[in-house]
Design a protein around this ligand. Structure first.
Ligand code: 5RP
Length: 226
């Protein structure tokens, strides 16, 4: 079974978790795209969705799903998104697609975060995937110097501008022992908009696509969002 088939499998499973008649949050990336495709089949039962990027907003509209502004929505019961890496404590690296800040905002407002991923994304320790950090352009050289002190190799994502008009610095070569502490540390740097570490608000549920079928893991930690 190839990676695309695994993504479609977890996307189909995630649609089963979508509460009828409620607005949900939708993430960004190729796995989230599969989720939107699967969601299109139940579009008639959905009042709308909040998108974590312009790309996702376009795809939702093309699927016949109304896109709502987060500020118009009282609460989100569910947010569904992919990840670049997820560890056994449900902390994630996200932002490979550069949508980390909006993803983090939508995730923060949702009662439940369901991560959909193929088995290549599940890791014992985060950090093999370069950690994306969204930064205000005038602060990029300063933030790069500060990120360099963490032991990794920071590099500006060339030719890329986020939906918020900012830059992404990808930090390669980190071995992340304490994801929460690192998330707090990076997000305290002046000029950083957000770090692609989702540890304080990790996933509540992981739907993992494996060659042996779908596996579902629930977090043992009570959700902190909503
Ligand atoms: C985008 C993200 C994505 O969730 C992450 O990059 C995974 O993408 P894909 O499903 O294409 O592997 O964080 O900013």
């Amino acid at each position: 079974m190839d990676a695309q088939a695994l993504k479609q499998m977890v996307a189909t499973e995630a649609v089963r978790q979508v509460p009828e008649g409620e607005v949900l949050g939708v993430g960004t990336g190729s796995t989230a795209d599969c989720f939107i495709d699967a969601l299109a089949r139940v579009a008639d039962h959905l009042p709308g969705a909040v998108a974590s990027s312009e790309r996702t907003a376009q795809r939702l509209r093309a699927a016949g799903i109304r896109v709502l502004d987060l500020n118009e929505v009282d609460h989100l019961s569910l947010y569904v998104d992919g990840a670049d890496e997820i560890d056994h404590g449900m902390s994630m690296i996200k932002g490979g697609g550069g949508a980390l800040t909006r993803e983090k905002i939508v995730a923060a407002t949702a009662r439940r975060f369901v991560c959909i991923a193929d088995e290549s994304k599940r890791v014992a320790r985060l950090g093999r995937f370069p950690l994306p950090v969204e930064v205000i352009p005038m602060a990029s050289a300063y933030v790069m110097r500060e990120l360099g002190k963490l032991g990794g190799t920071p590099r500006i994502r060339a030719g890329f501008v986020t939906d918020n008009g900012n830059q992404i610095i990808d930090v390669a070569g980190l071995s992340i022992e304490d994801p929460r502490a690192l998330e707090s540390h990076i997000e305290a740097l002046v000029g950083v908009v957000s770090a692609g570490l989702f540890a304080h608000r990790g996933a509540d549920c992981l739907i993992l696509g494996t060659t042996r079928g779908v596996q579902i893991f629930e977090s043992t930690v009570a959700s902190k969002a909503g």
